[in-house]
Write a protein that binds this ligand. Structure first.
Ligand SMILES: Nc1ncnc2c1ncn2[C@@H]1O[C@H](COP(=O)(O)OP(=O)(O)OP(=O)(O)O)[C@@H](O)[C@H]1O
Length: 923
């Protein structure tokens, strides 16, 4: 429905030209006014209840407000040509020829009223209507530089209508004042050169580039579909600040250009469409380009003039629309421009109000533009909406316009709902995508964690495997090395054992040879004795050994001795006796053993094979006896009765001799022991060393037998000692070895006198010889000792007792101190001059110790404390200070120094008395 103009005199703007037609005011001002007059004719109301008098007055859809700008920056402000009348609704424009009043809906002087006051006074009520669903169009009209953009957008100090409206609709921005449920959609369009551009669109697709615009980018051009721009972008929201910020951005995108009238003249129309879909309200804010003509704008050139012409096309079209509506034309040229096309609803919609703000300058120089603007506004103000305007809402009548409005509202609501649904779907989709993404990330994290755990597990396993592998390798290597060393040790042990075995075998062989040699020698001696005896007769004992050098020597040894006196002889000397005369007599020497029997004169004897140590049975013995009927076979049979020896210590020395002395026995060719055999019977005790007892007689048979036995015992002792000394470390099956395991003066004091003296003498000689070979003594004292010792040894049948008693030398028995670990091993027997000191004796002992080189100290055993002799005092202590041992000898008891060869665990001596070698007994 086309709006109509209500011809009301009081609403007519008093323009200078209007004065002339004042009388015709109630009539049409335009040629087409007659038609509109019909509009003002009252129509019969469809509602019979409504009379003509009750017909509502015509409504002015366009409200015109004058805004007169200020020039605050100017120092010499021009005298204003404008004056507000006292009614505050008419403005008088003074000229040189008179004045002209223009009646408006309101006038605001910028000098007196700032933007805030202006907004609250003329705009705020309209905005409140929009919040309730009204439609309002606020358009700025006026020449360039008159303050249109300033009023619409404001400045740095003050906000314009756009931003204040947003605040009023949506709230101030704080949560309490945010419009509850208020939701706006904002579209910003620019109409330039009769083209519509979407200032909110940031895409370049489909847009045209305005190359000459300052800082402008390509903009999206829109087509008009109906009364709206097609596919226009809009921003929506509930926060005024955000939307205002976006609008500020696009505001700068407007095309501006400097003109004579304005340094930053807007060359386009800007239209901000703010919809409130929830209530169907709409606010259209239109900042129009300057309405000046081309000449006034100072544009030169065809292009500039064409541009200015096109800019004005919108203004001109809008002016025509207003005039057409005001004139009541049947055709309103809305489609003459894009601007009027978009503003068509604002004029045609009954619910739409138009607030036209006429911006003007008070400068008299701008007077003609000001008057032109006021005339334009006066015409717009004359537009009235006739009584035919649908009043359905007011009167409940059906009207197509109301249906259209409702339809548009429903469409808007549907669009809004659809938009909400789309946004909801979009957010739902985003939420689902976010959820999927979250799930995916969680799965990735789980996979990564599992992978990490697996890697860690593998790492641990790998490390354990590596460790086990290394341990195994190391173990194998150590095992190989150990096996290698074991093999080497076994090889060395085998070699050592083999070497020792060979050495032992050699020694055994040597020993056997020596034993055999001795046996042969003894057999020769016995044979010689027997032959001599047979040759010289039984009654001449002195001539018994004549013809035999060995026998003679024996006689020399034992002659002039008391019966029972044991003698020793140098084995080396005895070995030298008749060695060249020896001849084999008995190849296989049988040893008799009475181990199976107690010692006795009539004990049964057993034969032992010396080659293998096995006992020969009785038959073999008989055979042996038969084979060697007339031959003598000697055997030394030993038996240690230690328990008996302990008991015998309390008995006489003779009884001890019976218990411990080496038993010599004769072997008869047969088992007849009654003396009828022609063979020598040692058990007959008929052999004596005494000349008077040499011939066994019944009277002295006992003494002679004893003496004889002792002599033979000494002979065997010589042999045994020699054998023992030569086989000291050899294993032998002979029981005799056991008898001479070391020197033990405590075990047999009596026998030790004879045995030990010989053995020591022999050992002394051997050791001294050995020492002589090892080291030549240069010390005079040592030479003296050596000379005396050698001289003593040079004597045949050396008798240490005689030497000790009457010679210049002293025989010293050297032994280790008795302790728990050390039984008191005998070392040697040395002979030194009587004036020799312990220092001299030490040198001999150290030479004797040889490789052992065991450090020692002398013990003065006579001292109850058994204190050792300090080393530095040894040179002052004579050897004669040593305790007497074995009647005439001296005992040198040595205490090993700790850590020596006697062992680190060497303890103190048990008792000084235990270290005295037969001292008490000898004394
Ligand atoms: N009321 C006012 N008070 C102070 N300064 C103002 C006022 N109105 C306008 N101005 C200033 O005048 C200059 C021109 O104003 P503005 O750009 O708003 O004019 P316009 O009508 O929009 O011009 P155009 O049509 O060329 O865009 C601006 O610098 C603006 O700040």
């Amino acid at each position: 429905m086309a709006p109509t103009i209500s011809a009301k005199s009081n609403q007519t703007a008093h323009t200078p030209s209007s004065k002339l037609n004042q009388t015709q005011f109630t009539h049409s001002k335009t040629p087409q006014s007659k038609h509109r007059l019909n509009f003002n004719t009252a129509k019969p109301s469809p509602n019979p209840n409504i009379t003509a008098k009750e017909t509502p007055p015509a409504e002015h859809p366009v409200e015109v407000i004058g805004r007169i700008r200020d020039y605050p920056d100017r120092k010499d402000k021009p005298v204003s040509a404008l004056q507000i009348n006292p009614d505050l609704q008419s403005l008088r424009v003074r000229t040189e020829i008179g004045y002209r009043d223009f009646s408006l809906d309101g006038i605001s002087m910028s000098e007196e009223e700032d933007l805030d006051g202006f907004y609250k006074k003329f705009v705020e009520s309209r905005i409140n209507g929009v919040k309730l669903g009204a439609k309002c169009t606020v358009m700025m009209y006026g020449p360039t530089g008159s303050g249109k953009s300033h009023t619409m957008f404001g400045c740095a100090k003050q906000q314009g209508i756009v931003y204040r409206s947003l605040k009023d609709i949506l709230g101030e921005g704080d949560e309490e004042n945010v419009g509850i449920g208020t939701f706006v959609q904002v579209t910003v369009l620019e109409i330039y050169n009769e083209e519509i551009y979407d200032l909110l669109s940031t895409t370049n697709g489909g847009g045209l580039s305005i190359g000459w615009s300052k800082g402008s980018a390509s903009k999206v051009r829109l087509e008009v579909m109906g009364k709206k721009a097609k596919n226009a972008t809009f921003i929506s929201g509930t926060e005024a600040a955000k939307i205002s910020k976006e609008i500020q951005k696009v505001e700068k995108r407007r095309i501006v250009k400097s003109t004579l009238c304005n340094e930053r003249s807007s060359r386009s129309h800007c239209m901000i469409i703010l919809d409130v879909p929830t209530v169907g309200g709409r606010l259209m804010l239109v900042d129009m380009a300057g309405s000046e003509n081309i000449e006034q704008a100072g544009q030169t050139g065809l292009e500039a003039k064409m541009q200015t012409a096109k800019i004005n096309q919108g203004n001109i079209a809008l002016k025509r629309v207003v005039e057409s509506i005001a004139n009541g034309d049947s055709h309103v040229p809305f489609r003459d421009s894009k601007l009027t096309m978009l503003l068509q609803d604002s004029f045609e919609d009954d619910k739409s109000k138009i607030l036209m703000i006429l911006c003007a300058s008070p400068d008299p120089k701008e007077m003609h533009k000001t008057i032109s603007t006021l005339e334009y506004g006066a015409k717009a103000k004359c537009i009235v909406r006739g009584p035919h305007t649908p009043l359905k809402d007011k009167y409940g009548t059906e009207d197509s316009s109301s249906a259209v409005i409702l339809g548009s509202r429903i469409a808007a609501m549907d669009q809004f709902i659809f938009k909400l649904q789309m946004e909801n779907k979009k957010r739902e989709k985003e939420r689902n995508e976010a959820h999927k993404e979250l799930t995916k990330k969680e799965e990735e994290i789980s996979a990564l964690r599992a992978k990490l755990a697996l890697v860690e597990g593998k790492g641990m396993e790998t490390s354990e495997e590596e460790i086990n592998l290394k341990v195994n390798e190391r173990t194998q290597m150590l095992k190989c090395e150990l096996e290698k060393k074991i093999q080497e040790c076994e090889k060395m042990a085998n070699e050592f054992v083999e070497f020792e075995r060979r050495k032992m075998e050699e020694k055994i062989l040597q020993q056997q040879q020596e034993v055999e040699m001795l046996r042969r020698r003894l057999e020769e001696i016995e044979l010689e004795l027997r032959l001599t005896r047979e040759r010289n007769g039984e009654d001449n004992g002195s001539s018994l050994f004549e013809g035999s050098s060995f026998a003679n020597k024996l006689l020399e040894v034992y002659v002039d001795e008391d019966p029972g006196m044991e003698k020793s002889m140098d084995l080396s000397k005895s070995m030298d006796l008749d060695m060249g005369k020896q001849e084999p007599f008995v190849r296989d020497v049988k040893y008799l053993d009475d181990r199976d029997h107690k010692i006795g004169n009539n004990c049964n004897l057993a034969l032992w094979d010396c080659t293998n140590g096995n006992r020969v049975n009785d038959e073999d013995c008989d055979a042996f006896a038969q084979t060697f009927t007339n031959k003598l076979s000697l055997s030394t049979v030993f038996e240690e009765g230690e328990e008996e020896a302990e008991e015998d210590k309390e008995k006489s020395s003779d009884a001890e001799v019976q218990k411990e002395v080496i038993e010599e026995k004769t072997v008869y060719s047969n088992r007849n022991v009654n003396g009828s055999s022609p063979t020598l019977n040692f058990n007959s005790r008929s052999f004596t060393s005494s000349p008077q007892n040499r011939v066994p007689t019944p009277e002295n048979a006992k003494d002679a037998a004893s003496s004889r036995r002792v002599r033979i015992q000494n002979i065997f002792t010589l042999c045994g000692n020699y054998r023992e000394l030569s086989q000291q470390h050899n294993r032998t099956p002979f029981p005799a070895k056991k008898r001479f395991d070391g020197f033990d003066p405590h075990s047999s004091p009596v026998r030790a006198i004879g045995e030990d003296s010989v053995a020591k003498n022999l050992a002394n000689v051997l050791v001294s010889d050995k020492a002589e070979n090892k080291q030549k003594l240069t010390d005079p004292q040592m030479n003296k000792i050596q000379v005396s010792e050698i001289a003593a040894r040079s004597k045949e049948n050396y008798n240490p007792f005689e030497e000790s008693n009457g010679g210049d030398t002293v025989e010293v028995y050297v032994k280790w101190e008795v302790s728990k670990e050390n039984p008191g091993k005998f070392i040697t027997t040395l002979k030194v001059v009587k004036d020799a000191t312990l220092a001299d004796l030490r040198k001999l002992i150290e030479i004797h110790l040889g490789a052992e080189n065991q450090a020692f100290t002398f013990l003065v055993l006579g001292d109850p404390t058994g204190a050792p002799v300090p080393r530095e005092k040894e040179a002052t202590v004579p050897t004669t200070k040593l305790p007497i041992c074995n009647q005439l000898g001296r005992l040198a008891c040595l205490r090993p120094v700790k850590g020596g060869i006697q062992g680190p665990n060497h303890n103190l001596p048990l008792s000084p008395l235990k270290n005295i070698l037969n001292a008490a007994a000898a004394r």
